[in-house]
Design a protein around this ligand. Structure first.
Ligand code: 5BU
Length: 452
């Protein structure tokens, strides 16, 4: 590695500096985050770093070398090995028993010690460390620093009479990374704002629109749902939890014009008959352009799910466009849902559900990786690659006395960035289901537009 710049770019590859939005210990938001500890895990880099640091100053001036714990300890050790300057170690806290020593190693009062620090920010922590070393009779005149965050630390230390030698400054780093295309003008602008002491304005990340989701969701059922949503200006799915074919068809006829999908629990229909129930339902779905979502919540091993999906009374695979499935049985259990889209149950709306953060994270990993899955049901945000379906929506009730918990469309769009709201009793139990569907459709669409 010939130049200092090439050396820095090698260091950068180890992930020592990240750009984005970080909240510092002080509560201040910073556009970058530095952690030089990974440098010690690459012996070649650590050795080169030690030599770059040693090259900055005349070594004859020093009798000892000491790193400020912890990040600079391996750096100081490597510098000692390269220069034969003896190493001393400064404890973070004095030993509580025995010698109560703060410095470990062999030294004598009056010796001059070179101090090594990874990053200097305000300089205050070095100003606390130096007197602890000086109290042992050691002289500190020079400090070598790998990265100066340019927040006044160097100047403060110099004003107290110390010589500070820095290998890189954050400005150097920005210039090098910008030259190499790793940083945009906007990011450099934010870093400069930050260094000038101004409050940094971060762009709020916006939710994706249905048009943007169309570009990233490649499952055909996801595409169809998004196209219907855009065309009908609706994100409403009505949950048709009625118990007869007549009620189901009447409801579908009323709400059909306003929905993207009709969600069913076909096993609660008392007079289910594939000709009398499914054929007219499919006609209505075609007439009003909505999809059929069977909320079967499969939760068994793959072989059983395959049978439940295609056999028995309901033969779901013959008519459903999308189905819900638990992912509790693991990745392969979802392989059987070949000709439909799967919406995975990631989190539930009911009180006391076991779908805690850990479960949701694991379930989301399966959902993201399985090609049959294009969405998830949840009461929390999920990754953009999956469409989010949120049940438990009702503008008039907070619950149903049986564990269901309700939220508003505004909550679902603003807080969860949902894609589709699912409304059952709020519509089919209302006096006028068509009117209610229309008002939930408008509320859902307004909430979606408001969240953009
Ligand atoms: P409601 O009448 O709007 O409460 O009906 C909600 C529907 O959504 C109902 O069919 C449930 O089976 C379904 N649901 C739910 O409410 N909560 C969940 O977490 C899941 C599904 Br998953």
């Amino acid at each position: 590695m010939e130049t200092k710049k090439e050396f820095f770019l090698e260091c950068y590859k180890l992930g020592i500096i990240k750009f984005g939005r970080f909240t510092l210990k002080s509560g201040i938001e910073s556009p970058f985050y530095v952690d030089l500890r990974p440098l010690a895990s690459d012996p070649k880099i650590l050795k080169l770093l030690a030599n770059y640091l040693l090259d900055m100053l005349p070594l004859d001036n020093f009798d000892l070398i000491c790193g400020v714990p912890y990040a600079a300890l391996p750096m100081a050790t490597a510098m000692s090995l390269e220069s034969y300057l003896p190493l001393i170690i400064k404890r973070k806290e004095a030993k509580e028993y025995g010698t109560k020593k703060i410095l470990e190693g062999i030294y004598t009062p009056g010796q001059n010690c070179l101090l090594v620090e990874d990053v200097v920010t305000s300089g205050t922590s070095l100003l606390e460390t130096i007197p602890e070393i000086e109290n042992e009779g050691i002289i500190v005149s020079d400090i070598v620093v790998v990265l100066d965050r340019q927040q006044g630390g160097k100047e403060l230390l110099e004003s107290k009479g110390f010589r500070v030698h820095t290998l890189f400054t954050i400005s150097d780093v920005c210039t090098m990374l910008k030259d190499e295309g790793h940083l945009t003008d906007d990011e450099v602008g934010r870093i400069n704002d930050f260094l000038a002491g101004n409050v940094v304005k971060f762009e709020e990340e916006k939710r994706l629109s249905y048009e943007q989701k169309l570009e990233i969701c490649d499952h055909s059922v996801a595409q169809k749902l998004l196209e219907i949503a855009i065309e009908k200006k609706s994100n409403l799915i009505v949950s048709a939890d009625v118990t007869s074919t007549q009620e189901l068809l009447t409801l579908a006829e009323k709400v059909g014009p306003h929905i993207v999908a009709l969600k069913t629990h076909m096993d609660i229909i008392l007079d289910f008959d594939s000709d009398a129930t499914i054929l007219p339902l499919k006609d209505l779905a075609t007439k009003y352009n909505f999809l059929l979502m069977e909320d079967r919540k499969f939760a068994d091993i793959g072989n059983t799910q395959e049978l439940q999906f295609s056999y028995g009374l309901y033969k779901i695979s013959n008519w459903a466009d999308l189905v819900t499935a638990q992912v509790i049985a693991g990745y392969e259990s979802l392989d059987c849902f070949r000709n439909v889209g799967v919406v995975a149950i990631l989190g539930m709306s009911s009180k006391g559900t076991l779908t805690n953060t850990n479960y949701r994270e694991e379930a989301t990993k399966i959902a993201l990786s399985h090609p049959n899955v294009f969405g998830g049901v949840s009461q929390n945000k999920i990754p953009n690659e999956l469409l989010l379906f949120t049940p438990g929506i009702n503008v008039a009730e907070a619950g149903d006395g049986k564990g269901q918990q309700y939220n508003t469309p505004e909550h679902a769009f603003n807080e969860l960035e949902t894609d589709f709201i699912i409304v059952g009793r709020g519509i089919y139990k209302s006096f006028d289901a068509e009117k209610s569907a229309l008002s939930y459709k408008i509320a859902g669409w307004n909430a979606y537009e408001g969240s953009l």
